[in-house]
Ligand binder design. Structure first.
Ligand code: 3H9
Length: 646
């Protein structure tokens, strides 16, 4: 039964059982309406508890239904029926109450949650606004500013924060269901959220500031602005009118291009590891070694520590080890300050450091993050081959180098794999899992399992120069260089990319990340004769002058205390190179910039797919959205190019 009713004394317990996440699918909605009718007429029932079986409370509307014609009963009507019931309903929340799930709880007359529960209205992340009364009921329980950040920011809050804000009535200290039944027994009449006045705000300036911050961050994502407008209407209009308008906005957005794109990426992200190789029984991993305490190594060590692993960080000497240790401690401390690490001491107790590889003798998995040079990496792997257990997995965090060559150093190459993290590694969600030819299937499964444990989105990639993401990035970066030769300026290209929805353009991004790694890669490719004509030398000339980007105060732009300025020197280098290549026109139509960038991106992406480097077009979209700033609400380059073609 999707919705069942049991009795505990004079309280009816209505349980939703709709795995995996108890989405409010049609059977759930119909079952709930029947439960309202049945409990209303049952003389032996005084109150009702609404609970869920399995791992979570209702995690939202069933997103898979959004592409189908709507089927009655609709969720807003079910919630209205619950709220209108003559007997009090108590929501018993565990796991996550999200979207339509939280809206269902808001329609109940009281709410109790277990201590680990989280509650939110993440509809904006799917290109929507709450469509079942969330924008109207939430501001009647919590302060306007919190309602705004929850609805337009889309981030869930903890049970503790929900209790403090007035969103829930209690946190269960023991058995959630028992305590929900006890709470239901104390209620003698329904307390309808919609009949309350809005809580309002004690600080209208803070509300406006939050709203304008969110609008700025939206960068073209329509649902964020629509959500802010919906909250403002929820605060201002009579409840029934605001409900109707909120619903109309939801329905209009549901069929929008952006909502389609966001649904595409939502499901694509959840399908990346649906591969038989990732489904084998993984090897157990509790102890992880990290070689190299630079920015990347320290970030990887922090990510592993924060997710419960025991980490040993190795550096070549005491000075480097102290610097690496400080980097890790700095990340852990600032995460603890932001409330992300409830027990910092326990995390630190799992952190060890050494300069001797022998400390890795009992490691289950070692990730090297040393200098991006094949010789150096091969030496590290040779040392690891000698000291680690034969079943330990050895991973390289290379971003371009040949993982087959690195694996070839080992006595047993089947235990080598690439784990390409993105910087900062404790924050960025993407993890490219690079599969050399000889890799054992349970090594792939272990890497897939690790990515889940780290809260990351693992994407499988074959071996090639740059794997999925950096290879495609190299292609559109080269196109951006060609645009300069054809008359565009770095600012023009960057502005066009920002207008499209990227957080920054390709030249700004290089200045932030540093121009030196790509320079080393180009030198390697040149030496191997793998660079095609015509070769554009602008970036090389900047590097030869030590202009490595923000970290050296100069790159494509000049960086100083006054901010970032276009550089006359760079412009003169571009002009010289243009002339040398027989092109002197210093102008380029802005409207042609993005078609050229996107064209280069999709051409390379098609090649990556055709060569079997990426498993699917969807995986490519996931990589570009999560690692390279491709606007999520455009669904990724493959989705966007299909949408243009349709
Ligand atoms: C909404 O509610 C609109 C309302 O305002 C108005 C209505 C009128 N639907 O993420 P996981 C599947 S909009 C369908 O790997 P976790 C998912 O595809 C909705 N399916 O698990 C996967 O399937 P498979 C607002 C869904 O433990 C499986 O469940 N709600 C839905 O890492 C496991 O998912 C949201 O945006 C869904 N709503 O995380 C919440 N959700 O096994 C979206 C999940 O076949 N969901 N699936 O690959 C989440 O944030 C996470 O899934 C959750 C669990 C935190 C719940």
């Amino acid at each position: 039964m999707t919705v069942s009713i049991a009795k505990q004394g004079r309280v009816a317990v209505v349980t939703i059982d709709n795995p995996p996440v108890n989405a409010s699918s049609q059977a759930v909605r119909a079952g709930l309406l029947e439960a309202v009718a049945a409990t209303e007429v049952d003389p032996d029932v005084d109150a009702v508890v609404l609970a869920c079986a399995g791992r979570t409370f209702v995690a939202g509307a069933d997103v898979r239904e959004f592409d189908l014609p709507p089927v009655e009963p609709h969720l807003p009507d079910v919630i209205i029926a619950i709220e209108a019931a003559s007997k009090p309903w108590v929501a018993a929340i565990h796991g996550t109450a999200l979207g339509g799930g939280l809206e269902l709880a808001l329609g109940c007359h009281a709410r109790i949650a277990d201590a680990k529960a989280r509650m939110g209205l993440p509809e904006v992340t799917l290109g929507l606004v709450p469509g079942a009364g969330g924008t109207v009921r939430l501001p009647r329980l919590v302060e306007a500013e919190l309602a705004l950040t929850m609805i337009a920011g889309g981030k869930p809050i903890s049970a503790k924060a929900a209790l403090e804000a007035g969103l829930i009535d209690a946190i269960a200290t023991g058995d959630l269901l028992e305590e929900a039944v006890a709470l239901a027994n104390t209620l003698d009449a329904p307390r309808r959220t919609l009949e309350k006045a809005v809580v309002g705000t004690t600080n209208p300036d803070a509300f406006d500031k939050t709203a304008s911050g969110l609008r700025r961050k939206a960068r073209g994502q329509v649902s964020i602005g629509a959500a802010i407008d919906a909250v403002e209407r929820g605060l201002r209009l009579p409840a029934q009118k605001a409900l109707a308008e909120g619903r109309a906005t939801f329905l209009a957005l549901k069929s929008s291009d952006q909502a389609h794109a966001l649904r595409h990426i939502f499901f694509a992200e959840r399908a990346t590891l649906a591969d038989p190789r990732a489904k084998q029984t993984p090897r157990p991993v509790t102890r992880i070694g990290v070689i190299g305490g630079g920015t990347m190594g320290a970030g990887i060590a922090s990510a592993c520590l924060m997710r419960g692993f025991h980490v040993t960080l190795i550096e070549r000497d005491d000075t480097s080890l102290a610097a690496g240790t400080n980097r890790v401690r700095g990340t852990l401390d600032s995460s603890a300050e932001r409330g992300l690490l409830p027990d910092l001491n326990a995390v630190v107790a799992r952190f060890e450091t050494a300069t001797d590889y022998a400390a890795l003798a009992d490691a289950d998995l070692v990730i090297e993050a040393v200098f991006e040079d094949l010789e150096v990496k091969n030496q590290v792997f040779a040392q690891l081959d000698a000291v680690t257990r034969p079943d330990a997995i050895l991973a390289t965090n290379t971003s371009y180098l040949d993982v087959n060559a690195i694996a070839g150093v080992l006595t047993d190459p089947s235990r080598a794999i690439g784990l390409h993290f993105f910087s900062p590694a404790h924050i960025m969600k993407l993890l490219e899992i690079v599969l050399p030819d000889m890799v054992a299937e349970d090594v792939v499964a272990t890497a897939a399992n690790l990515s889940k444990s780290l809260g990351k989105i693992g994407v499988l990639s074959g071996v090639c120069d740059g794997f999925i993401g950096n290879r495609i990035m190299s292609a559109y970066r080269a196109e951006a260089d060609r645009l300069l030769i054809d008359g565009a300026t770095p600012e023009q290209v960057d502005a066009a990319m920002r207008d499209y929805g990227f957080p920054m353009g390709v030249f700004e991004m290089q200045d932030l990340a540093g121009l030196d790694i790509a320079w080393a890669m180009r030198k390697r490719r040149l030496a191997e004769g793998r660079i095609s004509d015509p070769y554009i030398r602008i970036a090389d000339r900047l590097c030869e002058m030590g202009r490595f980007g923000q970290k050296t105060g100069a790159g494509w732009y000049d960086h100083s205390d006054k901010g970032v300025q276009p550089s006359e020197l760079v412009m003169s280098i571009i002009a010289e190179e243009r002339q040398m290549m027989g092109k002197a026109d210093p102008s380029f139509p802005t409207e042609h910039v993005m078609p050229r960038i996107l064209g280069a991106m999709t051409r390379e992406a098609e090649a990556v797919l055709a060569e079997g480097i990426a498993r699917s077009a969807d995986d490519i979209d996931v990589v570009m959205v999560n690692g390279y700033g491709f606007p999520r609400w455009k669904g990724g380059p493959m989705f966007a190019s299909r949408a243009v073609a349709d």
